[in-house]
Design a protein around this ligand. Structure first.
Ligand code: OOG
Ligand code: MG
Length: 257
């Protein structure tokens, strides 16, 4: 049997992203399973690397029940972050570059030296140099922000852009910090880091394990997004967005008008 056209699907999704034009879901039609979907993601990100972007980290997706419920997919997934996706804290995102962007509050880790593949992380503070509040801008390339598990994996888990707030040393507890998302000074979402797999530190173990299955090793100096603590909120032109994480502070962005 001839398998799905990995390169062709990556091209379709890459063009959808480059032109900010939604495309139809394609996993069911092309027979894409989870492994093939990660192969598409690799090809899709390679397209970016081929035009000079650099890999700067890994993001986890659907690590909270709120997110799983919002998109109707209940598996933890991971995607890749490149340098051009990073927006300075307080910076402006260009709305024209996205289809139907949403924002979500996250916790970011700055990775230190990680154990050899297959070995446990051990002491979290050896593996993570610093933590920060973050905002992820997700933008599914599928029409109506609707997708199956292999669809969203192939689409680099809807990765669009991200903002990292100030880095702090790892605090004593990370498992029950209050998380807020404000839009134009109004509370839009409220949650806790406990929503992220019970403790966001667990997201790192999952990231190492799940990415390792596909031969991807996390690197010292990479950024790691542990996944959103709350549902995502549509980003409107001109909006000012702030994520606040207790003990860690805030990250913010502005949407172009
Ligand atoms: C998939 C990406 C999920 C998260 O933090 O849970 C994600 C999506 O919701 O489109 O980034
Ligand atoms: Mg996210």
């Amino acid at each position: 049997m001839i398998g799905p056209d990995i390169a062709g699907i990556a091209e379709t999704l890459g063009t959808a992203a480059d032109t900010a034009t939604a495309t139809a879901q394609l996993a069911a039609e092309t027979g894409l399973d989870v492994d093939a979907a990660y192969a598409v993601q690799t090809a899709l990100v390679q397209r970016r690397l081929d035009r000079g972007e650099r890999l700067v980290g890994l993001k986890m997706g659907l690590t909270s029940k709120a997110k799983m419920a919002q998109v109707g997919v209940d598996e933890v997934i991971w995607g890749r972050l490149t340098d051009t996706m990073r927006i300075p804290d307080g910076g402006t995102v260009d709305m024209a570059a996205f289809i139907h962007p949403r924002v979500e509050p996250e916790v970011a880790f700055l990775l230190d030296r990680l154990p050899e593949p297959g070995e446990p992380v051990g002491d979290f503070t050896d593996a993570v140099r610093a933590v920060a509040p973050a905002i992820e801008l997700i933008d599914s390339r599928y029409a109506n922000f609707t997708f199956s598990l292999p669809d969203v994996i192939a689409d680099n888990t809807s990765a669009g852009a991200f903002v990292i707030g100030p880095w702090s040393p790892v605090p004593d507890g990370l498992d029950n910090l209050g998380v807020l998302l404000e839009i134009d000074g109004r509370l839009a979402q409220v949650g806790s880091t406990a929503a992220i797999l019970g403790d966001p530190r667990r997201a790192l173990d999952e990231g190492i394990r799940l990415a390792g299955r596909h031969g991807v090793r996390l690197r010292e100096g990479w950024v790691f997004l542990a996944g959103a603590a709350t549902a995502a909120v549509p980003l409107r032109a001109g909006a000012h967005v702030r994520a606040v994480v207790e003990k860690l502070g805030t990250a913010s962005l502005r949407a172009s008008s």
